[in-house]
Design a protein around this ligand. Sequence first.
Ligand code: GN1
Ligand code: MG
Length: 341
Amino acid sequence: MELVLAQQIISEFLSEGKVRQIEENNKGLINQTFVVWIEKEKKIKKYILQSVNTNVFTNHYLTLENIIKIKKSISDSSFPYHFPAPIDNKYIERENKVWRLIPYVENSVCFEKNIDKNLSYEAAKCLGNFYYSLRDFDAENLHVTIPDFHNASKRYFQFIDAISTAKQERVCESVLLIENILKEKETLIKFDSLNKALPKRVCHFDTKISNFLFDVNTNKVKALIDFDTLMPGTVLSDIGDMIRAYSNTLGEESSDFENVKADKEIINLIISAFLEGTENVLTKKEKSCLLFAGKALALLQCIRFFTDYLKNDIYYKTTYKKQNWVRTQNQWHLYCSLKNI
Ligand code: GN1
Ligand code: MG
């Protein structure tokens, strides 16, 4: 990104300040993110500059309204972590893109995969706190900005549809996997019916480890980030995605499929840390399906990556040709391992 353009955008958010450096941060599969170094009164401060992917977040102004509402509610509560929301509660449009500036959380580190069991514990505790802090917030007050985001049956039919329109080579190389996935439909049906039966809560919908920032010195969570998918949902989506993402210590990008396994100790740690804050918030029924949620989310994510691969990689960012296929295989192996827990 050109410094000149960055400067123009930044000036819409900060009255003074010269952009000194800008670096793209390649985390995240959807939005484009930059770290910018801004000099003001001889001091340099970092910020996060992001362009929102408006193909995915087609209602981005509604996502912003959700973020503003939750930010207000979180700051009126005793949530003990940073919640770095867009500066001035605004987005601006420049060069056909939608931009926002977000405070940088100093002395924090972002992990792409779960490198230490304790990180799972800390992140799940933070998520529990989030649920506790928003326990009285009526989730129906939030917009549904990505309809059917975790609607498993819809994802299944999108997958079937993608198979029928995909390039032959992409289907032929994966016939066995396709057959095996189709046999797992019951898991998806169960997920949807549980979702209908459970209470609607404020859901983050993307609880992977890189969406928690950790203190560089203590490895305790400092901040929860990435609020584009804040929507009404059920606990299954958040705890399920956490189990999916953290129990697989090799991470979702690994092609070492034979060694992609769910770590049971991590799952137990996640569930117990999450319940520390939510024991009196969740219903008995919610508590009874936390482990199942992990299994369902691994399958859902497997199908989502596979669908994108069959559609020639139009949704998730990729840096090499078969990346979505690798992600698919990875999530499939994880799902098979979770089925045996
Ligand atoms: C996407 O963009 P990012 O990396 O925060 C995706 C999540 C997936 C995740 C898998 C809006 O999140 O649902 O779990 O990739 N976000 C959207 O890494 O589809
Ligand atoms: Mg996200």
